[in-house]
Design a protein around this ligand. Structure first.
Ligand code: TXA
Ligand code: MG
Length: 348
């Protein structure tokens, strides 16, 4: 299969391309689309056969459920049997945007989408291209991140091309994703709303909006084999370059000295903060910055593309720096980086 890459210049300029993307989706095919978080690989959420093509193209484990994307609030009643008050408050405040709510699923949602669960993940994205494609398809779209399973999520159409070229018919290129990390996932089917994945909407924003929010401890812990989890995505090693990643805690100077000493017998690369870059200037260590420590939104926006850049260098090992874990965007950055590192962390 050849993969067509279409650069989107505007809703009017590309009107015909949206019609074609909509037709592909109506006919049971998959299309990769930009969202404000990461690129998604979309299919008609009501068509089990179309949905199975997502799993096939990504090499995704069958037990990992998908998020259903809507472009019109009224679709909620087709997808769910219950929309509690907290959900209404969150929708009012954060939709359209990078928030996914877990709700009780209706019979219309096939179990292929929810991996057999009686709940469904729903998101109303804000990206204009995503909304135009959902409208063109005329149905809600199931869409996971458009990467090969296990790889960092794609934040540009080129990332999608690298992973899925030849495996899907069409990629819509809407430029770089603004948030750069996947949406926040909150489970609203529990007595107390529970954060399952930190993301573009922060824990403190959620608590400001609805009060008490529990945090699933597995957000920052390794999950052992066969352990039950609230969100199947927690089980898998994720977001990882091919080279091993180790998180290094300690002062900037101690970090630099450690990395220099490690260089003697292996090819080392570094994922660091912008502020630390100059420490490596007079060394031949390849250091990739992912934003300023003082600006966690930058770290979130650049993390995945920095991990992909490091992947291309193919070092023996990647030493990475992480921000302190607070309840802002840092939590999402630490969650993704910990998983990329398989929870491997040292102090220097
Ligand atoms: O920002 C995003 O959310 C992106 C864009 C494309 O919208 N999508 C995305 O999808 O990140 P994916 O499949 O990579 O991640 C979905 C996460 C997984 O961890 C999955 O286990 C969880 O949501 N999930 C989906 N349905 C669930 C459910 N019913 N209960 C618990 N967790 C669920
Ligand atoms: Mg994913």
């Amino acid at each position: 299969m050849t993969t067509e890459l279409i650069r989107i210049r505007g809703l009017m300029e590309n009107a015909e391309d949206f019609v074609r993307a909509g037709k592909l989706l109506k006919n049971g095919s998959v299309v990769a689309i930009p969202t404000e978080t990461v690129y998604g690989l979309a299919a008609n959420a009501y068509d089990p056969e179309a949905v199975s093509k997502i799993f096939e193209a990504k090499g995704r484990p069958q037990d990992n459920p998908l998020i259903v994307h809507i472009s019109d609030f009224s679709d909620i009643s087709n997808l769910t049997t219950e929309f509690p008050d907290v959900a209404a408050t969150l929708a009012e405040k954060f939709w359209p945007g990078p928030l996914t709510m877990i709700l009780k699923k209706s019979d219309k949602v096939p179990f292929e989408v929810t991996a057999g669960l009686s709940t469904v993940a729903v998101r109303f994205p804000s990206h204009k291209v995503a909304l135009a494609v959902i409208d063109a398809a005329g149905v809600p779209l199931a869409a996971p991140s458009a990467n090969l399973s296990g790889k960092p999520s794609p934040t540009s159409a080129q990332h999608v091309m690298r992973d899925l070229s030849g495996r899907i018919p069409m990629i819509l290129d809407g430029g770089k994703c603004e948030v750069g990390l996947e949406s926040t996932v909150i489970d609203l089917t529990k007595d107390v709303p529970t954060l399952l994945r930190p993301g573009g909407i922060t824990l403190s924003e959620l608590r400001d909006a609805i009060g008490n929010v529990n945090v699933d401890p597995k957000i920052l812990e390794e999950v052992s084999d066969n352990e039950p989890v609230a969100s199947p995505g927690m089980k898998y090693k994720h977001y990882a370059p091919a080279s091993p990643v180790v998180i290094v805690d300690g002062s900037a100077e101690a970090f630099c000295n450690f990395v220099v000493s490690e260089c003697a017998d292996k090819k080392v690369a570094v994922l660091c903060f912008e502020e630390e870059l100059e420490l490596f200037r007079d060394t031949d260590i390849k250091a990739v910055p992912y934003g300023r420590l003082s600006h966690p939104d930058e770290l979130a926006a650049e993390l995945f593309s920095a991990l992909r850049e490091l992947d291309d260098i193919a070092p023996d090992i990647i030493y990475a720096r992480e921000p302190d874990c607070k309840d802002g965007m840092e939590l999402a950055v630490v969650n993704r980086l910990s998983r990329a590192a398989g929870f491997s962390k040292i102090s220097v």
